[in-house]
Design a binder for this molecule. Structure first.
Ligand SMILES: *Cc1c(COP(=O)(O)O)cnc(C)c1O
Length: 400
């Protein structure tokens, strides 16, 4: 079978809810992937930061295979010997008392929203059914109906109503607007420390600090969605660490599964996460021993290979070199660590054609929000590989 045959099958039998580049990958290792014709590509998307540890990291694969030989699923009706160790290791790494494991990022966001509502009713004293949660314009927190209910992106929402009430949206990056939206019924503020899907939008310095201070002063929870920014991507373990902010709850996903298995979690201290009672929340696969073993290995790689430090150093290098590329198309290079966005001017005709041209030159990345090319390679990348990547990037940015 040839590339076009796979594409034709996918288009005929699969729902068209994505618009992938026409590369048919059949194997991968580290920062590299290969298509069915043996062409090699540098992965500069990392599955939206789910592959911080690189493709098929040997330690993570070993954990997956060893656990698959023992037990894969118990459901939470019974206990297993991996989940308690994952809890303990998450606590040691992040300092949060407790965790609640789920599978996808969206499920973990839903979990945090339920937790905030329960806290509002049972601790803060908000009248039942009246809790409000403040979110930011341009947010991306997943695809469930509740989550798209507070999206500002028409393409995510448009034909999918009716929506879940109880959310108030304010402009991202403006602490004053956030504070003005707080009412006695406000349960929580939900934010991404950097908005990845919105086009790698970095808020003004001090925004997270100010937000945390406002939340504390008004007795409102701060929930940080670190699904994309967390686990080393921005040069710190959590992006909130850049401003020494400790949110009331942190939502992790993506790289928590080491690129091999979906694992997500909500982290919080006991007075908050301890509010859930048996039967109030759950997931058949959440906390399963296979996922827990994988997540333990995924965390160990981030810690032992100092991936956050790598992302800080190499990200600064990559961003500086990108900013030096002369191009009439580039409006701005921005980001933190190895979460980098190159925003093109509106006249450039969209980022898609640049991503396609990069693909032809052996570099895989994806446009976000029409005008931004995101560069987010696995954090195990080295400087020589970044230097190589700058060649095709400069070529493509010099196109007409
Ligand atoms: C990817 C992402 C999600 C959703 O995660 P899924 O695993 O796709 O459900 C939520 N929030 C942010 C910031 C993300 O990047």
């Amino acid at each position: 079978m040839h590339t076009q045959d796979y594409i034709a099958l996918e288009e005929q039998y699969g729902a068209h809810n994505y618009h992938p580049l026409d590369v048919v990958v059949d194997h991968a290792e580290g920062v590299w992937v290969w298509d069915i014709d043996g062409r090699q590509y540098l992965d500069c998307l990392s599955a939206y930061s789910a592959l911080n540890q690189g493709h098929r990291h040997p330690a993570i694969l070993a954990a997956l295979l060893a656990q698959a030989q023992r037990v894969t699923l118990t459901s939470r009706a019974f206990r297993n010997d991996q989940l308690p160790l994952l809890y303990q290791e998450l606590n040691a790494m992040t300092g949060y008392d407790m965790a609640l494991p789920m599978n996808s990022g969206a499920e973990a966001v839903e979990t945090a929203l339920k937790l905030a509502r329960k806290w509002a009713y049972t601790v803060k004293g908000v009248p039942r059914g009246q809790a409000e949660i403040i979110v930011a314009g341009g947010n991306f927190h997943g695809r469930t109906i509740t989550i798209i209910s507070f999206s500002s992106e028409p393409a995510y929402r448009d034909p999918f109503g009716p929506f879940t009430p109880g959310f108030v949206s304010v402009p991202y990056g403006e602490a004053a607007a956030l504070e003005a939206a707080i009412t006695p019924n406000t349960a929580a503020i939900l934010l991404e420390p950097i908005q990845g899907e919105a086009g790698v939008v970095v808020p003004p310095a001090g925004y997270l600090r100010a937000t945390a201070e406002i939340a504390r002063r008004h007795n409102v929870l701060l929930l940080a969605d670190e699904i994309q920014t967390g686990l080393g991507r921005t040069g710190r373990l959590l992006a909130c660490d850049h401003e020494q902010v400790r949110p009331d709850a942190v939502i992790l996903g993506k790289a928590l599964g080491g690129g091999v298995y979906p694992v997500s979690a909500v982290l919080a201290d006991q007075p908050l996460l301890g509010l859930f009672r048996p039967g109030e929340h759950g997931s058949t696969f959440g906390g399963n021993p296979l996922g827990a073993a994988v997540a333990r290995a995924a965390l160990a790689v981030i810690r032992d290979e100092k991936l956050a430090e790598r992302a800080a150093q190499l990200g600064e290098y990559f961003q500086e070199r990108l900013a030096e590329i002369p191009s009439r198309h580039v409006k701005e290079v921005r980001g933190k660590g190895l979460l980098i966005g190159v925003e093109l001017k509106p006249e450039a005709g969209g980022a898609r054609r640049f991503c396609e041209a990069l693909g032809q030159r052996g570099l895989l990345c994806k446009e976000t929000h029409d005008h931004v090319i995101r560069f987010a390679p696995p954090l195990v990348i080295d400087q020589a590989t970044i230097d190589w990547a700058l060649g095709p990037i400069a070529e493509v940015l010099a196109m007409n």
